[in-house]
Design a binder for this molecule. Structure first.
Ligand code: CUA
Length: 303
């Protein structure tokens, strides 16, 4: 789901009602001004009608818009403080990078947990997002959960969001950041609090991999994938690209690009630059299809 007018959270609901109130206000001003414009085309040059015309310009063209716009301002201003209330415990660092999202959960007690391109959060809790970027300006936007906030190199912007119902919400990069800007998305999974706590607690242990995926694991490590990607509990300790520790749990491959199926992972490894222009990961067409499929099977088994 990705719509600012279909709110799934507190902040998004405030933004959606602000939109409707603004639309009503704008409709009122528009109708008044258009009505007067039509009236003006019919006015005749006689002293009485000119006097009426002047009065209408003063009241309809100046006083009425001032009152309506001031009303909208007074309605909108307090929102700025309600949308700036602090979070309640869980903090999630998100870094926008060309062209994916680095995610680090920082629970109040417990070690940080690394992930990418998918964010899980508990329903009913104000979660604080710390947003930054290492390369260029990106923007973090989950339309159904709240307003967008820029991710700026050298700065840390804060955004607090509260999901009110469980579900899957689509987030996007909302600032042009290069050739694959439009292919930079993520999924937010809002879970009931006990489910989320259990999920987060599981993250500190290395992922469970299929016994049958041993070949893929060896290929993954020996072909240098680990120079850029990390899989907790293995030799792969790279920090440049997305952490793949529980890749099999994610819904998409390539930051929202394709559904996470084995075939799509194979395609992504072999045609990276064609699927996602200017991405840092090189394509590996030289790897055989069988080897690539084994790597994809290994990654898909990580849960
Ligand atoms: Cu990142 Cu647009």
């Amino acid at each position: 789901m990705q719509s600012a007018l279909d709110p799934g959270g507190h902040e998004a609901r405030e933004v959606a009602s602000l939109f409707w109130v603004m639309l009503a206000g704008a409709g009122l001003v528009w109708s008044a001004v258009m009505g007067l414009a039509v009236y003006a085309t019919r006015i005749r040059p006689d002293p009485h009608e000119e006097k009426v015309g002047h009065r209408l310009i003063l009241w309809g063209g100046v006083a009425f818009p001032v009152v309506v716009l001031a009303g909208l301002l007074l309605y909108g201003l307090p929102l700025m403080t309600t949308l700036r209330e602090p979070g309640e415990g869980l903090r999630i660092d998100v870094s926008g990078e060309q062209f994916w999202f680095r995610v680090t959960y920082r629970p109040k007690d417990g070690a940080p947990v690394a992930s990418a391109n998918e964010i899980r959060m508990p329903v009913g809790e104000r979660v604080e997002f710390a947003l930054t970027a290492p390369d260029v300006i990106h923007s973090f936007w989950i339309p159904s959960l709240g307003g967008k906030v820029d991710m700026i190199p050298g700065r840390e912007n804060r955004l607090v969001l509260k999901a009110e119902r469980p579900g899957s919400y689509r987030g996007v990069c909302a600032e042009f950041c290069g050739a694959s800007h439009a292919l930079m998305a993520f999924t937010v999974v809002a879970m009931e609090k006990p489910d989320f706590d259990a999920w987060l607690a599981r993250q500190s242990a290395p992922p469970i991999e299929d016994a049958g995926a041993a070949t893929g694991k060896e290929l993954f490590v020996n072909n240098g994938c680990g120079a850029c990607h990390r899989v907790s509990g293995t030799e792969a300790k790279g920090e440049v690209g997305p952490d793949l520790t529980r890749f099999g749990e994610r819904g998409t491959v390539g930051a929202g690009l394709l559904p996470n199926t084995r075939d799509n992972v194979v395609r992504f490894i072999r045609e990276t630059d064609a699927l996602k222009p200017r991405v840092k990961m090189p394509a590996y067409p030289a790897l055989s299809i069988e080897d690539t499929a084994a790597i994809a099977a290994y990654l898909g088994s990580l849960k």
